[in-house]
Every structure is written in C-alpha cells, then in structure tokens.
Design a protein around this ligand. Sequence first.
Ligand SMILES: [Fe+2]
Length: 312
Amino acid sequence: MSEPSVIALHSVDLGVLDPAAAAVFFTETWGLKTVSDDTDAVWLRGTGPFHHILALHRRPGTEILRVNLLAPDRTAVDALHGKVSAGASAHGLSEITAPAALGQPGGGYGFAFRDREGRNLAIVAEIETHADTADAADRPRKLAHVVLNADDPEGSVDLFTDLLGFRVSDRTRMHNFLRCGDAAAGPIDHHNIAIGNGGGAKLNHIAFEMPDLESVMRGAGRCRDAGWPIEWGVGRHGPGNNVFAYFVGVEDIPIEYTAEVEQVDESYPTGSPDDWGWPKGRSDHWGITDPPSDRLKTAQSRVGFAADSFAL
Ligand SMILES: [Fe+2]
C-alpha cells in the first residue's frame, strides 16, 4: 500500500458505570483477561497479540469513548495525521489532537479526532504486544469488527475510504462493510468496520473473533449458563460469511461472538444491496435462528459516543 493506511481494528474504549463489575462479566463470562487495572479503569486482552482489545472506564453512563485503529508505525501515524488534518474541512472533522505518546497501559503513539457524526476515533501504533498468542478453545482472539450506526453513512464511508485506507467489501440495505489491511501480504478479513444506514452516532455492536465455530458454541453456552441468553443466532451472516451469536452484555452493551470471517484479497467484487437479501422468514444462511430479539435491537441503538473528548 503506497498510501498511509490503517491496518487493523485495535481496541475500543467504553465508558461504564462500574468498571470492576463490568470486568467480571468480560472476564468470567465473555472470556477476556485483565492486563491492567486501577480504581477507574480496566484493560482487557484476548488471546491474540494486542496488549488490550477492550478498555472499561468509569463514567456516569454507558457510552463509547473511542474506536482505536492501528497504523503500522509512528511514521504512518504522522502521515495519517496529515491526511486527517488536510481532509478535516471536507469531512467535517474536529478536535484533532497532535500525535503524541499514549498515556495508557501498553503505551503507544497516536492521535484522536471527532468525525462529522460525533464519533471519537483514534489512530494508534507501537502499543505493546504479547508473545503468548495461542488460541484457546472458547476465548476471543481479537476484535473482529465494530459496527457503527450513522445518520450520513455515505459521509462515514468516504471518511474511512478516502482518509484512512479502508475499502468497501459489500453494501446491503442495512450496512456498509469496510475492510482494512494489506492484502498483498495475504488474505484479510472481509470487514473490520461496518457503517449502518441510519441511527446517528451510536454503537451498533462490537464483535469478538473466536477461533472457530466450536468456540462460538462453547462461548455461547457459557454465557447462557451465566444467565445471558443468545439474542440472535447462532447463525451465519451473508456478507463476510461469518458465524455469529449476539448478546446484550453487562450494562446492556451489544456484543457478538463471531468466527470464520471470510478472508478476501483485492479482487473481491464489491457487493450491492441487490446481491444480498434473505427469503421471507430468514435472517441468516442456516435458517435455524429467530430474528434479532427486541432487546438486542434496543441495545443496538442505545450506546452513544461520549460528548466530551476522551483524552489519549
Ligand atoms: Fe457483527
């Protein structure tokens, strides 16, 4: 890739009412592990190399504080800062911080900005990584994707594609699926970010990648045992062909276990809404799940982005 580009979805910072209680859910039930904590925040990792994939910060309400997108190195961070700054007027970006060391466990270097919808996004690099990265049979590896609702989906897609190096994999009636990463180095995930058609600056859901379908089933069973019912699934999506099980987790945070995300290269033909649709009564390939629960649909339109800037 000649242009400076985001190469991965790194992590999400969430605001929660009670970080310690939320961390109990995300460790004992969801399958993450605590890497660092203090009185007001907890940082959690998957089995993959990223220092953390989810951070929970004490806030007066449940909200999404920041989506962190990984760049290859600080040179790329600086270059992306240049592109974001140059494109700020055209894309309605504001509150762009200067690239600097990140004051968080795992360190790193990056900058943040607010997009036209009111989302806090950050471009980060050089955060510590873990050497122990073996899969576990029922634990998430990493974030697979984040889905963000939008009042201006085309504007959001343009931001991610024009400035941050994402490409459009598929468009459906509901969502626009965007991928990042260098496909010249090998196949990449079909999508890492999806933009919803409608709904404002809200979190639709965060998806955590499991090693395989068996792991999705085992994790889903663990959640059910702990009193967290499956709200949609188990099923297999259309775009991305990934298996899924959705939950409304602690503080009604919408979350998904997923696996077997389609691996694509740059020859992938971008699909349109006409390419994707389900026969009546279906919401996935298999046809064994009911549609999403009302509880899930409510959760997918409730968690907004913080109105204040979240300092890096
Ligand atoms: Fe998803």
